[in-house]
Design a protein around this ligand. Structure first.
Ligand SMILES: O=C(O)c1cc(=O)[nH]c(=O)n1[C@@H]1O[C@H](COP(=O)(O)O)[C@@H](O)[C@H]1O
Length: 238
């Protein structure tokens, strides 16, 4: 399993290669590898290019395969069985799928032995504010719901959690140093927030306890993505 970065800004940055163009993703991967610890293949790239996208990006760096699996336990276990030969370093599944789904995913991942991916449970999407969460029938605050889902997911076998920077300190305080915290919704000072709702800066996210931060458009939309990633790394103390 991939180890958490010990220190420093650059290894903590996971650029999200959100494009439907595999050639563009490969060019981004080539320019960002060596500067960032892990590269993320998400739904846009995977839906456009499929497993060859993972293979191509993995030539440059370990891959965070972010497909946010969410289905019945048997189907999620089967999806993992299909994904494990791609050797992703990290895989996401929605905590809302419940403990049996997470446990089934963990049991399947164990079959890859020490090469297994980190299983990351997505709590409350960083694009959701309190009103959006309430619209799904959850009356609690995002922080309360994140903590509830996080505790359940870790107890069921998740290795780590995806949360916003606004809940990272709470999860560290409640769950201790063990679970990996992977944190999107990160915006360098002056960057457009876009559709993200619960955001903070890279330095704030790491100070709150993020092991890795996920940054998409502020890097991929920059005129020089590698320079943008380096500027973000430089803004993270330690
Ligand atoms: O699982 C994720 O990576 C994820 C979870 C979440 O709650 N919010 C979130 O933004 N993400 C991903 O993180 C990336 C954020 O991209 P930017 O908003 O462009 O920085 C996207 O690839 C999202 O799919």
């Amino acid at each position: 399993m991939i180890a958490k970065p010990a220190e420093g800004g650059a290894p903590r940055i996971i650029p999200a290669l959100d494009t439907g163009d595999l050639a563009k993703a490969e060019a981004l991967a080539a320019s960002l590898a060596g500067r960032c610890g892990v590269l993320k293949v998400g739904l846009e790239l995977f839906c456009a290019a499929g497993s060859p996208a993972v293979t191509a990006v993995a030539r440059h760096a370990p891959v965070f395969l972010d497909l946010k699996l969410h289905d019945i336990p048997n189907t999620v276990a089967g999806a993992l069985r299909s994904l494990l030969p791609l050797r992703p370093a990290m895989v996401t599944l929605h905590a809302g799928g419940g403990p049996a789904m997470i446990a089934a995913a963990r049991a399947e991942a164990e079959k890859a032995g020490t090469a297994r991916p980190l299983l990351l449970a997505v709590t409350v999407l960083t694009s959701m504010d309190a009103a959006a969460l309430a619209a799904t029938g959850v009356a609690d605050t995002p922080a309360q719901q994140v903590l509830r889902l996080a505790k359940m997911a870790v107890a069921a076998g998740a290795d780590g959690l995806v949360c916003s920077p606004q809940e990272a300190a709470l999860l560290r305080a409640e769950l201790g140093p063990g679970p990996a915290l992977v944190v999107p919704g990160v915006r360098p000072v002056g960057s457009a927030v876009g559709d993200q709702a619960r955001v903070a800066t890279p330095a704030e996210a790491v100070a709150a306890g993020a092991d890795w931060i996920v940054v998409g458009r502020p890097i991929t939309g920059a005129p020089d993505p590698a320079a943008a990633a380096m500027a973000i790394a430089a803004a993270i103390p330690g």
